[in-house]
Design a protein around this ligand. Sequence first.
Ligand code: LMR
Length: 399
Amino acid sequence: MSHFAAIGRVPGDPILGLLDAYRADPNPAKLDLGVGVYKDALGITPIPYAVKLAERHLVEHEPTKSYIGGHGDPVFGDYLLQLVLGADNPLLRDGAVGATQTPGGTGALRLAGDFIAANLPGRGIWLSAPTWPIHESIFATCGLRVEHYPYVGADNRLDVEALLDALQRVPAGDVVLLHACCHNPTGFDLAPRDWKRVLDVVKARELLPLIDFAYQGFGDGLDEDAWAVRLFAAELPELLVTSSCSKNFGLYRERTGALIVRAQDAGKLIDIRSQLAALARNLWSTPPAHGAAVVATILGDPELRGLWAEEVEAMRLRVANLRNGLVAALVPHGLAGRFAHVAAQRGMFSYTGLSAEQVQRLRQEFSVYLVSSGRANVAGMAEERLDYLANAIASVYTP
Ligand code: LMR
């Protein structure tokens, strides 16, 4: 008898799978706009200098590699809470917010999903349509009822009225996942007035928000991007936030993030954290330490922190310039107006509006790799390749 004979094959990951296809492509003109990693002008995903300095410090001063606790490094947790909620946030003094360190933002989402499934039985989770595909699979794997609210439709426009209308009908108590900034995959963010309207519905319907905060610093700035999270934390007694250090600290493979819980009071937070530690023990036991130690070293040192903040800002500005550059490169093709949204979107990604078939042609005829949804990783572009890209888009695009 073969134990494994009946096991079939599942399709590769829609985002990570592109990396293999790109690497195997012999065309020297190839362009990787698939997986969401930042690249500099040389096409390299750099390690920020502040990270290098922190690592040097750790090599010399890190006292042990023994296990850290189930919630990870408490120093990292405290600094991350300050980064996300603001250093002067009164919630930090009340003891009603806590961070549980996780393997990246993805780990935080999984922990949140398992927490909801185990402790809030029967609750559904509402995701934007579209959303990051892994949101769909993580929460389904956790056994949650996965539902959707409209966000960006076939016309490639953010539809706030449809979103609010749908939230009005969400059953009381259900969880609604919101993207704090730099919406993945579309790049379309809610304006402050829209966030306030969403907050009103969340309050009225007694929904539990889970805010995914994976791109702090890539939208409008480190503090600006945290505006909605801070608003919700101030206005609501209960809230979940998943924070990632992958992009803004360039720590992708070090898997550094946290699940932040805002509870009614300090006592309830202790109950919730006991649940999280028990769930985490079954998932990964204790989280990987290195990335969190790097983040704690940087955020705990005013000089390193200042250097890091400058580096994040430089990445942000470079992506914003590439957005404008692509629209400018489309001018000679008569398509600048049609793709003006690329300059208005925020963060690493742009929902270009290109169809799956057009994306396929980009790949086959020009070795330009986008996710089949039409998502382009703007942060993967190179300035001197914008004309090539604009020409490729103009060749496959029919309105
Ligand atoms: C992306 O959406 O490309 C990134 O968040 C990386 C990933 O893990 O999918």
